[in-house]
Design a protein around this ligand. Sequence first.
Ligand code: ZN
Length: 460
Amino acid sequence: MKISFWGAAKQVTGSMHLIELDSGYKVLLDCGLDYEQLKHFHYNPNDKFPFSVNDIDLVILSHAHIDHSGNLPNLIRQGFSGQIICTPPTAELVGNLLLDSAKIQDYEYRKNKKGKLKKPKPLYGEKDVQHTLEQLFTLHCHQLFKINNEISMEFFDVGHLLGAAAVKLTINEKNKNKTILFTGDIGRNGSELLSDAETLPEVDIIISESTYGDRMHIIKQSSEDELMSYVQSCCIDKMGKLIIPAFSVGRTQSILFTLHKLYRQGKLPEMPIYVDSPLAIKSTYIYENYIDTLNEDAKAFYQKHRFLFKFDNLKLIEGRDDLALSGGLTDRCIIVSAAGMVEGGRIQQHVSNHISSPYATILIAGYCAEGTLGHKLLQGMSSITIKGKEHLIYAQIAQTDVFSSHADKNQLFAMLSPHKNSDIYLVHGDEKNMNGLANNLKESGCKKVIMPESGQSFTY
Ligand SMILES: [Zn+2]
C-alpha cells in the first residue's frame, strides 16, 4: 500500500491523506479546505485535486471542522460517488458548517466581483452540500466495521469537538495485517463538555496532528474561575461589556456551558448574555442531541438542570436586525460571536462598536493566526483599522487558553511517546510546532518520526 500526504503537510489546514491499497482500492482520510495556500493565489488551490476523483472508493471524515471537511462538496461536484464515513454527531454538525462555508464563498465572490482583487469562484453551492450529506454513512466509536475483505475500521473518541474521532484502519495485504491510526485533531484533556481523548491503540503507523507540538497552554485556573474573573473586572467592577470572539462550533458551546454553570451558582450579575452567530445557535441544539457522548460533568449537569445551555439571561440573536440592537445597548452585557480570530462574521461589528470604550473588554478565547484581526488586536497597538475605518483602542484586550480544543505539547507527547516502534507521521502543524514535537519524540526513543512534505508518498 501507499500513503500520500496531500494536505495539512507542514501546515495546519487542508487535512487530506490518501491510502492506496495494492489492489487499487483508495481511501481518502479527510477532505478539508486549505486556507494557508488560498492566501497566496488569485485562483483557488482547493479547486483541483491532485488525484483522479473518480478513482476514490471511500472517504473517512475525522470531524466536522471545515479544515477537515470543507472540500467534500467539491469532491462530490467533481464526481466522487462513494460513501463518506463519520460518527453520527459529525454527520449532523457538518451539514451546517458546509452550508455556512458555501454561503461565505458566494458572499465573498459577489462582494469582490467588481473589485481589483477578484476572489475565486465558489467551489460549490448548496446543492453540492445536499449531495454530500446524502453520501454520509455513520458509525459510532468502537463499532468495528469491515469495509471489504482487505480493510476494516474503528473510530476512537479524541475529545476535540462533538463527534471528533481518530480512525484505526486494519489492512490485510499479502496475508499480513498492517494497522494505521489517523488521529484527526486531538482535544485538550479537561474540556468543559467532552471526555478526554482515549489512549491511542497500538498500531504500526500513526498519522498525528501536531498543532501545539511545541506550545504549552497557559492555564492557571478552571474555566469557570477564569471566565468569572473577566466578568468581575468588566461587567461588575466597570459595568461594561464583555465581548468574546469564539468559533461557532465547539468554542461557543464551551463558553455558554461555563456561563450557565456560573449562572446556576448565582455568580453572574443580572445582565443579558447574547449569542450572535446563527451557526453557533444551530450547532448548540445539536450538542443537546448527543448528551451520552459528553463527559460525566456535562451529563450530571444536564440531568439536574434539563438543559446544557438554556438559561434565563441567554439571548440568541438569529436575525441580522438584532445585531444593531446589541451594538446600541448601553448596559452591561456579554456578547459571544463568531468568528474566533475576529476575521469576518458578525464579531467585527461588535469589536468596531466597542473597541474605543474603556468599559469594554475583548476576550480572545483561543489561537489567532498571524495576519488576522484577532492577532493584530493582541499586539498592544493604540489604534486599529476595521473595514477601512480607524478606531482608537481604549477597550481592554485579553486572551485566554482555558477554552482551547487542542492538546498541547505535553499532552501530545504523553499520547505519542509510548509508541516507540510505530512509524509516526506528523501533520496539521507549522514547522516550529512539528519540529519541537518530533525532537522530543525522537529523544524519548521513538524510532521513526517523519514530517512529510505535501505530495510525498510512502510505500509499505
Ligand atoms: Zn478541528
